[in-house]
Design a protein around this ligand. Structure first.
Ligand code: PMT
Length: 420
């Protein structure tokens, strides 16, 4: 096999993947023999590699080879008596920073797309929240088949899955075409880029707000809104996964490894955001903050009156973003969200300007299945420099990943600016 010796040597020397745990999933195709080279190169780059073979992969490569090369027991059996009480797939799934499936056959691609889990590898892919990189290797006709193309498209539409494109060439079956697994060097470089790129927010403190505030009327009732907190939590998760020091200020309870500060009212949110703001690099205000609150709070439950009508006097809440937009330092990055039911573009643009934001993410809350409460969103991103970008409907986590890309690019721009 052709090998770039210089690059190999550098890779091993600098150990760029030290501290990273990679699950190398090996499916049953002839290219499985190359999994040994991939495992070896990843291990020499410093990664802790755990091989998991499908039962068919054992026809092409042995568990013993992969155990010896990775210096970790290679796994295959889904159900196996074990010394430890922990289910093996859950344990491996939790450990992984990244799952690489190489080679990925048409069969395993179909199973992944369908969410099947009838053997160890697919089970732990489903049980993990790590990125999954797929290096397909199959006969060109199998790759071209609409079923395989649909399955690959399904996976690529999900933020967790990345494709390492197969090469054109002569395949083991003697056919020519696209379907050869990408070279070992290409696969390892893609994995390294993905793992290292993922830390793009390391050293940055990011505050995210999530959920809808509740403004109490009496001990029983409050004024609230439909925000579920999903958008904000997705944003906080994405920033944390990229190495940011995250503080989530939320009205919705969530159990996370990063700091979560619970608040209820707009006032509490304001106090908490203000206390954290000075030390932060970026603030992402996803929360739906009530613009008004009841003027008074009744200590006792308000009784039904004999009158048909009941009026509640409201007073304006402080606008958190507006206040912070006035005091923000040049190097701080503030992103607001705009929930609009009409004139999305112009209303979002006005809020961007009025609140002195760096960016605003507008969503049309009249469109079903996006915005409040749903798992998906579709947004328009307006920046203070005048740029505009539309993101069609996609999972909130994918939108959050995109926003993290923008934040990371902005910080790397700032770092490359000359200082005077
Ligand atoms: O939580 P989900 O169910 O996932 O739904 C997500 C979402 C629809 C809540 C989210 O995508 C969204 O649009 N959030 C902003 C909701 C909102 O309050 O928009 P607004 O246009 O009223 O406010 C504009 C910006 O000012 C927002 O960033 C808001 O946080 C901020 N604001 C608003 C009022 C206020 N008193 N203080 C503020 O800081």
């Amino acid at each position: 096999m052709r090998r770039n010796k210089k690059r190999d040597a550098n890779f091993a020397e600098v150990n760029p993947l030290h501290g990273k745990t990679i699950i190398l999933g090996v499916a049953g195709g002839i290219a499985a023999y190359k999994a040994c080279d991939i495992a070896s190169m990843l291990r020499r780059a410093g990664a802790d590699v755990h091989a998991v073979l499908t039962p068919n992969a054992k026809e092409f490569v042995t568990q013993l080879s992969l155990t010896t090369i990775t210096r970790n027991t290679a796994h295959c059996e889904q159900f196996q008596a074990q010394a430890d009480w922990k289910p093996e797939h859950i344990d491996l799934a939790k450990k992984a920073d990244l799952i690489l499936v190489a080679p990925a056959t048409a069969d395993i691609v179909a199973k992944m797309a369908a969410g099947m889990c009838d053997e160890l590898l697919t089970t732990l892919i489903l049980a993990s929240s790590a990125k999954v990189m797929i290096a397909p290797a199959m006969n060109p006709k199998m790759l071209d088949h609409p079923a395989t193309q649909n399955n690959l498209a399904t996976l690529q539409n999900h933020y967790r899955y990345d494709l390492i494109q197969p090469d054109y060439g002569e395949l083991a079956c003697g056919d020519f075409g696209t379907g050869k697994m990408a070279s070992v060097e290409t696969i390892v470089a893609a994995v390294a880029a993905r793992l290292l790129e993922h830390r793009t927010l390391s050293g940055k403190k990011i505050i995210v707000t999530a959920g809808g505030t509740r403004e109490p009327i009496d001990p029983v009732r409050f004024i609230g809104n439909r925000s579920s907190g999903k958008m904000g939590i997705a944003m906080a998760d994405a920033a944390y996964a990229r190495g940011a020091e995250v503080t989530l200020i939320s009205t919705v309870e969530v159990d996370r490894a990063y700091q979560v500060l619970m608040v209820e009212t707009a006032h509490e949110m304001q106090e908490t955001v203000e206390a954290e703001f000075d030390g932060c690099h970026a603030l992402v205000m996803t929360a739906a903050v009530a613009d008004f609150r009841p003027l008074g709070f009744s200590d006792q439950k308000i009784k039904k009156t004999v009158k048909e009508d009941f009026s509640l006097e409201l007073t304006k809440n402080p606008d958190i973003l507006d206040l912070l937009g006035r005091i923000k330092r040049d190097e701080q990055f503030i992103i607001g969200f705009a929930a609009e039911s009409e004139e999305l573009l112009s209303n979002a643009a006005q809020k961007l300007k009025r609140k002195n934001l760096d960016m605003i993410v507008g969503n049309d809350i009249t469109v079903p299945d996006i915005g409040f409460g749903s798992d998906d969103n579709a947004v328009i991103i307006l920046s203070a420099d005048g740029s505009k970008e539309n993101l069609p409907r996609q999972p909130k986590r994918a939108i959050a990943e995109h926003l993290c890309d923008i934040i990371a690019a902005r910080f790397s721009e700032l770092e490359t600016l000359p200082t005077h």
